[in-house]
Design a binder for this molecule. Structure first.
Ligand code: SF4
Length: 285
């Protein structure tokens, strides 16, 4: 069966496939490893007497609303557990698939227990198609921001990754479009190229952006201490040096002008109650 899988060239989940003895290129884009028992494991963790509620984010390793989620419903089951436990959480996604779960998310939003970030990297559908094959179009992502905002869900935009000379000139325009759609928060992270992502990205540049490839890599290395990648904790999400600072300044200025907050949404943890140990049982509290 042909599966529809997002294939973002910059995806930092690709090296996980190497760890599993699969290729970070073709296998990543054709073979899905699904954590089918994620909801049960989450239920166990939250039901533990030792558990203390803390911020949870869905979608930081891979997108929680990949197309196959329509069939597997793993994320939906996870959100059901979080709803039962009244446990605050955030979602980062570039998929309109999250709209399916608005029936669970909206009541959580009204209690300050959820926030969503849509990842919008470009407003150019042609660039988006080659950079993020099979992901939702930019217009569709903006529609999702609008749908979430209109439903009362706090929604932000992640302009990540920013790639110099490619989508970087669009930074302000993306923030404007997201704010107009209803986003109230924004953040942005320069491109990271950990492990096998670097050679894959070099190949992609040679194929799709041969004229800009050298300039893009030179500027990235300027922001990454002279290397393709800088894994240091303090700088891996910001980069360093004058160009990284300039990007942050642009983000700050545009966010201020558009009323987009930079800080995280504040959650209410006071209503947390451990979920039942088995699905369908009554909670102990
Ligand atoms: S949507 Fe996210 S997880 Fe999926 S391929 Fe793109 S960057 Fe990776």
């Amino acid at each position: 069966m042909v599966r529809v899988i997002h294939g973002c060239i910059y995806c930092f989940a690709r090296p996980t496939h190497s760890y599993l003895n699969l290729s970070p290129g073709l296998d990543f884009e054709t073979r899905i490893i699904a954590k089918v028992n994620a909801a049960e494991r989450l239920r166990e963790a939250l039901a533990s007497p030792a558990y203390q509620p803390a911020p949870l984010v869905l979608g930081t390793a891979t997108d929680a609303y990949q197309p196959i989620e329509r069939k597997l419903r793993i994320t939906r089951a996870v959100v059901e557990v979080l709803t039962e436990a009244r446990h605050p959480f955030s979602v980062v996604t570039k998929s309109s698939g999250i709209e399916r779960d608005l029936d669970l998310i909206v009541p959580m939003a009204l209690k300050r227990q959820v926030s969503v970030y849509l990842s919008v990297t470009s407003l150019d559908p042609a660039l988006s198609r080659i950079l993020e094959p099979r992901a939702a179009s930019p217009q569709r992502r903006l529609q999702t921001i609008k749908a979430l905002a209109e439903a009362g869900v706090p929604v932000g935009v992640s302009v990540s990754p920013v790639i110099p000379f490619l989508n970087e000139p669009e930074l302000e325009r993306i923030l404007e479009a997201a704010a107009e759609a209803g986003a109230t928060k924004a953040f942005s992270i320069p491109l990271r190229l950990p492990w096998e992502v670097a050679p894959l990205f070099h190949d992609w540049l040679r194929l799709h952006q041969p004229d800009k490839a050298a300039r893009i890599m030179a500027r990235l290395r300027d922001m990454r201490g002279g290397k393709d990648n800088d894994p240091r904790f303090g700088t891996r999400f910001t980069g360093e040096g004058i160009w990284a600072e300039l990007l942050q300044q642009r983000l700050r200025k545009a966010s201020q002008r558009l009323g987009l907050g930079r800080e995280r949404h504040q959650f209410d943890f006071s209503e947390f109650r451990p979920p039942s140990k088995l699905e369908g049982q009554q909670s102990l509290f």
